[in-house]
Design a protein around this ligand. Sequence first.
Ligand SMILES: [Zn+2]
Length: 259
Amino acid sequence: MVHAGMSAHDVHWLCVTHFHGDHCLGVPGVVQRIARDRVRHPVRAVYPGSGEDYWRRLRHAAAFADTSVIAEHPLSGELDGVGPLTARRLSHPVESYGYRVQEPDGRRMLPERLAAHGIRGPEVGELQRTGSVRGVTLDQCSVPKPGQSMAFVMDTRLCDAVFELASGVDLLVIESTFLAEESALAKEYGHLTAYEAGQVAAEAGVRRLVLTHFSERYGFDDEPAFTAEAHQSFTGEIITARDLMRIPVPRRQVHTPVK
Ligand SMILES: [Zn+2]
């Protein structure tokens, strides 16, 4: 978090996919940073319920002045509509969840329309809240703005939940542990190949695909092979993730009507 320029005050959710070490051993540092920096807002912690023992140990891994802001949400099955978050059970040797964050749809105000109707200052807020001001409606001064969405799919075989989570998202961060030549190993250990990651992105209509979680059997020099393989099944934008990289969720296109 320090190297990434992330403050503990930026954290509102802790979403643990599963309790294999490479996916959860960072939890104590994050929890203790939240406590030490006196974060006041609630932080929701979502994790596989069958791993409650692991969660307890990670939550209290060392002596520190504890915090009361962390609200625990152990998952069993699935979680729908807790704020912007959806969780779906994946297919992995231990209970594992993928997550999707969906921003609600909104409207973008059109300054020239507001000006034409003489609406300014506090009236703009009133129009947004109530839907009309002096007989002028919100529709006349704004256009729909679809919310942005992203999915985080870590450690799974191909299954329906993967497609459901990724459906139409602007950004998909997905594991691609193996190349297709090792697809037998991928199935056995509950992982995806780069080709399958691309297949998900193509079928789900993803806009930006981010590949990560490459097996240690491959080196840095092999990374272009992951991108190339995913491009066989997905023609859109593909990014190979590196530590500390910041990847924006692509903006939604808003179509401004012709006057
Ligand atoms: Zn795992």
